[in-house]
Design a protein around this ligand. Structure first.
Ligand SMILES: O=C[C@H](O)[C@H](O)[C@H](O)COP(=O)(O)O
Length: 224
């Protein structure tokens, strides 16, 4: 299976998992990226069976609306039953690195608000230890130099993602060679860095279920 077919296969698997659980008032949180896009396209066939969606980026909101799928502001919904999104890396505990597409902050917010987080990815994303993929962090523009120096102090090698402004008006630093053997502790350390809005490390809120596509088909991994 090529990578595109794998993305399609996990999107289909997530839809098949959700279909019997959806009710007319169910709100589904929607991630960002090429795998999430496959899910959005498939969700179009179920748009009459759900209450609507909350999107983690302007790009996903636009794609959802183009399909005629209702998109709500997170503040206007009481409950997000599911959040479905891709990842850049996942470990066996279903802790993730996300943000390759720059949408990490809103993704983390919608994931935090959701009852159940379904991650969809191809098997190249499953790693023993997180950190081969450079960790994206969203930073307030005026804090760029300060935060970069702090990240170096923590053992990383931050690189400014040129020309990228997030949906929140901030910049992204991609941190190479970051020591992520203790993801929870590092996420907490990053959360305490002034000027750093959000890291792409999803350790405190890992996925609940990972649909992983390989050459032999899709398998499901559960947290814990
Ligand atoms: O900001 C982007 C997101 O975290 C994506 O979920 C992640 O980069 C994976 O994207 P893709 O499905 O395109 O590999």
């Amino acid at each position: 299976m090529d990578q595109d077919s794998k993305k399609q296969a996990v999107a289909d698997a997530a839809l098949a998992y959700l279909r019997p659980k959806l009710e007319s008032d169910t709100i589904v949180g929607i991630g960002t990226g090429s795998t999430a896009n496959r899910f959005i396209d498939g969700l179009a066939g179920l748009k009459g069976s759900i209450g609507g969606t909350v999107a983690s980026s302007e790009a996903s909101a636009e794609r959802l609306r183009a399909h005629g799928i209702p998109v709500y502001d997170l503040n206007s919904v009481d409950r997000v039953a599911f959040y479905v999104d891709g990842a850049d890396e996942a470990n066996a505990q279903l802790q993730l690195i996300k943000g390759g597409g720059g949408a990490l902050t809103r993704e983390k917010i919608v994931a935090a608000a959701a009852d159940e987080f379904l991650c969809i990815a191809d098997d190249s994303k499953l790693v023993r230890t997180l950190g081969e993929f450079p960790l994206p962090v969203e930073v307030i523009p005026m804090a760029r130099g300060y935060v970069a120096r702090e990240l170096v102090r923590l053992g990383g090698d931050p690189v400014y993602r040129e020309g990228v402004v997030t949906d929140n008006g901030n910049i992204i630093l991609d941190v190479y060679r970051f020591p992520l053997a203790q993801p929870l502790a590092m996420e907490e350390t990053l959360n305490n860095l002034t000027g750093l809005v959000c890291s792409g490390l999803f350790a405190r809120r890992p996925a609940d279920r990972l649909f992983l596509a390989g050459d032999d088909g899709v398998r499901e991994l559960e947290a814990g």
